[in-house]
Design a binder for this molecule. Structure first.
Ligand SMILES: Nc1nc2c(ncn2[C@@H]2O[C@H](COP(=O)(O)OP(=O)(O)OP(=O)(O)O)[C@@H](O)[C@H]2O)c(=O)[nH]1
Length: 400
């Protein structure tokens, strides 16, 4: 009897120990991949491959080599797909992530502006050294030397050489606000029955796939039916990654074979979306450096082929990582040239970004920032409000 009791106690201790180790390993995985990182379980949740990849190739001029063969219905779920998905189990946690505010995100830029204005307050008027400090502060906030110089020249013209700190702050805020463009900040959708096509483009790792997940979630909550084209056929894990976001949001994904022509995958998805009556197709594309001519040519082809589909390309969103600073300007220029960008998504504003590049892009290229990424969770996406942004940048208000 006594030995039986000892055996039972040993089993209980062993079981408790195993449970502890499992919990710890899950926690470690989340630490490594970010607080909202979905756990990949190797299943292809929500993924659906076009019927015959080879049957839907495109010539470089954007004309079809042959008719695409489309599967009208998603492939029947396999036994594996019917199992509960680990990623789905995490949905409530990801959706409940408290959104970060733009104000707290831009605290890095606000610091130098705050110290500049606190110094100015104690002085009678702005002296030449302080004008130089203002210009440096603008440059340090990632606006770039050209725009910073223009702003200082314009402020001097408006206010004279030695305005009060109060007058300077008011004029600076008004001038920064006026530098933003007038373009529509809302995502645009087709008024016709055609599916609206949103191409998502940008350099590697800027947050394109994550943004697609966030936008899919947003649109689903607005009551739109959404489909995702897994157009990044280059990076091995990209299709799986987009599948995880899709399963979190309950959106169907159409994917191609690894290495397939991305324009074909996107075309097939749009035609499938048309057939099943989806409202919006979000198209993921491979990350590409703006300096790689062949990849920019591929992007032009994607744009042409999407335009020839039965959908309507209503948005080409360029995703820019705000922490890359002034390089974002060059990305905007080249991607706009290749793919007729309609708007910018500025991601990672929650990181070490200083934010001024938003203003530089808008004033130089007239491309509206439509959305900002403020974290890795589904809710960490916000509309862009120039006034709130300037207030947060210059530190006019504390809780934007
Ligand atoms: N902090 C923060 N991280 C983000 C944000 N958006 C994306 N990320 C992270 O950035 C990393 C890259 O994101 P992806 O969505 O894979 O980027 P991608 O542009 O699709 O990458 P490629 O396909 O390789 O070009 C991931 O770790 C994301 O979690 C954001 O707004 N804030």
């Amino acid at each position: 009897m006594e030995s039986l009791l000892i055996v039972v106690v040993l089993f209980v201790i062993l079981g408790f120990g195993l449970a502890l180790v499992r919990t710890r390993s899950n926690a470690t995985r989340r630490e490594l991949h970010g607080r909202d990182a979905p756990v990949l379980d190797g299943t292809d949740a929500g993924l659906h491959q076009p019927a015959d990849e080879a049957s839907s190739r495109w010539r470089d001029d954007g004309t079809p080599e042959s008719e695409a063969v489309l599967a009208d219905e998603p492939a029947p779920p396999t036994a594996k797909e019917e199992e509960p998905k680990t990623a789905k189990a995490q949905e409530p946690e990801i959706l409940s992530t408290p959104p970060t505010s733009i104000s707290s995100s831009l605290s890095r830029s606000r610091g130098p502006f705050a110290s500049l204005f606190s110094r100015l307050r104690s002085d009678a008027g702005v002296d030449p050294e302080e004008w130089t400090r203002l210009e440096e502060t603008l440059i340090l906030s990632d606006m770039g030397p050209t725009l910073a110089g223009e702003i200082v020249t314009e402020l001097k013209r408006q206010l004279g050489k030695s305005p009060s700190a109060e007058a300077l702050r008011g004029a600076l805020v008004a001038l920064l606000e006026s530098k933003f463009c007038e373009g529509p900040r809302q995502l645009q959708f087709s008024p016709n029955a055609k599916p609206s096509v949103v191409l998502v483009v940008g350099v590697n790792g800027t947050g394109k796939t994550t943004t697609i997940g966030k936008v899919a979630s947003l649109l689903m909550r607005e009551g739109r039916s959404v489909m995702i084209a897994a157009g990044d056929t280059f990076r091995a894990a990209a299709t799986e990654q987009v599948g995880v976001w899709a399963s979190l949001t309950g959106v169907e994904v159409v994917s191609g074979q690894p290495g397939a022509d991305p324009a074909s995958v996107i075309f097939d998805t749009i035609e499938h979306a048309r057939a099943v009556g989806s409202d919006v197709v979000l198209c993921d594309t491979a990350g590409r450096l703006q300096t790689k001519t062949n990849l920019m040519e591929e992007l032009k082809k994607i744009r042409r082929v999407a335009a020839k589909s039965s959908g309507e390309v209503t948005e080409v969103l360029l995703v820019i990582d705000a922490t890359t600073g002034q390089n974002g300007l060059r990305q905007a220029e080249v991607f706009h040239g290749a793919a007729e960008v309609t708007g910018i998504v500025l991601t990672k504003l929650d990181g070490s970004a200083k934010g001024g590049v938003a203003l530089a892009i808008e004033s130089e290229f007239g491309l509206p920032i439509k959305l900002v990424g403020l974290g890795e969770g589904l809710n960490d996406l916000a509309p862009f409000d120039p006034k709130a942004f300037v207030a947060a940048l210059v530190g006019e208000e504390t809780d934007v």
